[in-house]
Design a protein around this ligand. Sequence first.
Ligand code: NAD
Ligand code: WQD
Length: 344
Amino acid sequence: MKVLVTGGAGFVGSHTVVELVAAGHDVQVVENFCNSERWIVERIERITGQPLALDELDIRDHAALLATLKRFQPDAVIHFAALKSVSESAELPARYYDVNVGGTATLLEAMQEVGCARIVFSSSATVYGQPEACPVPESAPVNPGNPYGRTKLIGEWLIRDCVAAPGASLSAAILRYFNPVGAHPSGLIGELPRGVPNNLAPYITQTAAGQRDYIRVFGDDYATPDGTGVRDYIHVVDLAKAHVAALDALVRNEARELTLNLGTGRGYSVLELIETFSSVVGHAIPYQRQGRRVGDIGECWADPSRANHVLGWRAEKSLLDICADAWRWQQACSGRDALDPAVA
Ligand code: NAD
Ligand code: WQD
């Protein structure tokens, strides 16, 4: 199948491109590299052993996007391109709505113009806000607590409205990721946080590598077994495979619209994650308990049974796999030469 991937050099996108190529799909990436690096494309090519088609463009540029779509004539689009920082979205809400909502609208219009009728959309567990109970099913109420989360929810509504429009042929898989972590087992691609990481996993690996003094554990008084926050950490390769399975489900035409949680169905605490990383790294990783981070929730983990059933997919990698792969990637990033494709 011909698959156009927006944001295909990003964290989840790059791993998904690898799985799409492995599954025999013909992939075209569109990217503006606002949160990724050009050499990631070369790394993907090294893993797959094939050249990767790339058009450097902004998804808000309707004319450029349409030109790519007209030339490539995709059977489906997987739409990753978005801005994803919760804290930045509070500072720059208009930019987040412009890229995440406006970019998605531009993409949907261009898809309609070329008759491309399948989309897989990156949504987030953040749309649930503070869950009433865990595990969280797709039927749980949505109430995102920040602008980023609201752009994701509006993206979902926009896509459902396009599916439901009179005469429309669009079908959509809306995938709500829980906490994507880990890296490709090759150590060639992984997450590239800019500046000080907001997210726990890259903060832990950078601390283990000596780049940060200690991990700040945000809150130890939650109603969880050890008092620290509990999340559903899913390996990015498992997540990537779910996208290939979602495309297959759209082709099978099982439903016009699928909204699916992508998680493992198991929660781990901040301290459990630190301990598992410590066992992989081979030494204790320093941490200090601090007050709760504003806007955080105590516990959020998925009921992934719908995705398991509809996609015939389940997350297979363990927390140990996650930590081992993330640590391999961190070590590759720590050596400067390793990040220069001319040297690597
Ligand atoms: P990422 O930032 O690593 O990847 C996004 C990619 O899109 C980047 O390569 C960036 O350069 C590109 N991009 C951004 N704006 C663009 C534009 N206007 N035009 C063209 N390209 C553009 O993020 P990620 O972690 O891979 O996330 C992928 C998707 O999954 C996003 O939609 C994000 O909201 C969603 N998501 C991520 C997480 C997470 O924790 N990583 C969780 C839930 C949902
Ligand atoms: C995990 C746990 C923190 C950092 C965020 C977004 C969400 C999604 C994924 C895109 C929590 C604790 C963290 C640190 C800590 N992104 N923590 N010290 O908050 O579940 O989700 O990223 O859709 O929208 O909100 O992930 O990795 O930031 O935090 O103690 O330095 O780690 O309190 O319990 P979160 P996270």
